[in-house]
Ligand binder design. Structure first.
Ligand code: AMP
Ligand code: MG
Length: 405
């Protein structure tokens, strides 16, 4: 049994970011930026006002307040100034208006009066440069402003638009084939007979692949028949950048995955991990003449085992393949209102719900943690981690918690 951290390190070593491709800005949401991008211009491009008010020369208001200046122009946002501000003059402008040459300070309109069409009275002594956004004060031309590996959400898409990046370089999303193995499985359309169960792993795993930035390729159910399974495993390797199967990795008479991986030429580098649930996790590497090596993840079939091993090992691997920057896991410290128990032999992952209190993060464990119990996983957004050697974390003591994103 490999320690969890060692298994993680081996998996992360075995995967590399896929290449990049170009997508239109409108389709770039949640993709991962493929190149660091530099600003093609200064932001703001010219000095601009950050208030509705009057632009003037600071030296002109040094003689004493109130003072009167001549209003020579109105500059709405979006219009270029046509004149230069001379001594004794001011221009009317608005938030976002370009500051005319000669002016260096803006007085907000609340501190002014207009005794006539052509005059403004300044009632308050401004700071020099007040309410002016100097050219390039947000970013200078050539500054790196978006980093390769960043996930593109609202703010990043807005920045891409501002730099007129109509097509965006992004990392390719890993395509992940998903197989469910087991004679007992039936598809959702079919009412299960005695002893049969619906293949739920396929749906759960596909969703987690998508949430990790991948593209699931659902390949359905495969019976525990070595010839059929072998063929479908090979087909899966041909269809994707990586493969996940669930079931068939334990030591039962019908658990063929490990043997077939070897027959197919895979190099198995993980056969079991000191984790609960999820001990039989099996990972093999296939060399691929057309590209980077492919990984095959044989997950245990029990729903909680399959999902927990995905969260702990596959999500980081998929994030790395998809070009995301580390860290690939979010671990925080929380406290549980109940004692947490483990057998101390393996690293235990206990599912539960996080509650953000004003002064602490609370972890509310699910009522029980059976690897076959899918039902009480629903609604959980965190896994408490009890390392090997720890048999109990008393209520109120800090516990490391992996956030499920
Ligand atoms: P296995 O790892 O093949 O020994 O499977 C262990 C148990 O996990 C099985 O007895 C099923 O109850 C359950 N199981 C296996 N595959 C799935 C699946 N695709 N969906 C839901 N449960 C499954
Ligand atoms: Mg099975």
């Amino acid at each position: 049994m490999l320690p969890v951290a060692e298994a993680e390190a081996l998996i992360l070593q075995a995967v590399q970011p896929l290449g990049t491709e170009w997508v239109e800005l409108g389709s770039a949401q949640d993709r991962v930026l493929g190149q660091t991008l530099c600003s093609p211009q200064d932001f703001p491009a010219q000095p601009t006002s950050s208030m509705d008010g009057y632009a003037l020369r600071y030296e002109d208001v040094q003689q004493g307040i109130p003072c009167e200046l001549q209003v020579i122009e109105t500059i709405p946002a979006g219009k270029a100034p046509t004149t230069e501000v001379q001594t004794g003059q001011a221009v009317r402008l608005y938030t976002g208006s370009v500051l005319p040459a000669g002016a260096d300070t803006v007085v907000m309109q609340e501190y002014t009066q207009r005794p006539s069409e052509t005059k403004v009275r300044i009632l308050k002594d401004p700071q020099q440069g007040e309410f002016v956004r100097p050219q390039g004060s947000f970013a200078r031309q050539g500054d790196p402003i978006l980093e390769a590996g960043q996930r593109l959400r609202g703010a990043e898409l807005a920045v891409l638009a501002a730099i007129r990046q109509a097509v965006v370089p992004v990392f390719r999303q890993p395509r992940v084939a998903i197989l469910s193995t087991g004679d007992e499985l039936v598809p959702i359309q079919q009412g299960p007979g005695p002893g049969q169960i619906v293949d739920s792993n396929q749906y759960g795993l596909a969703a987690l692949v998508r949430a990790a930035g991948g593209i699931p390729v659902k390949l359905g159910i495969v019976p525990d028949q070595p010839q059929v399974l072998r063929e479908r495993m090979q087909q899966a390797l041909g269809a994707a950048d990586g493969v996940i199967s669930s079931g068939g990795v334990s030591v039962g008479d019908f658990d063929y995955v490990e043997k077939l991986l070897e027959e197919l030429g895979g190099k198995i580098f993980i056969r079991s991990v000191a984790i609960k649930p999820g001990k039989p996790l099996t990972v093999a590497r296939f060399s691929n003449p057309h590209g980077p090596d492919q990984l095959y993840f044989g997950l245990p079939g029990n729903p909680a085992s399959a999902l927990v091993t995905f969260w702990r090992f596959l999500r980081p691997a998929l994030l790395k393949m998809g070009g995301s920057l580390p860290p690939y896991l979010e671990v925080i410290s929380a406290t549980s209102p109940k004692d947490l128990h483990a057998d101390g032999k393996r690293e235990h992952y206990l599912w539960g719900k996080l509650r953000l209190k004003p002064d602490q993060i609370q972890f509310q464990p699910a009522d029980s943690h059976h690897s076959g119990n899918l039902i009480n996983l629903a609604g959980c957004d965190a896994l408490a981690v009890l390392p090997p050697g720890t048999t109990q974390i008393p209520a109120g003591s800090p516990v490391q918690v992996l956030r499920l994103l």
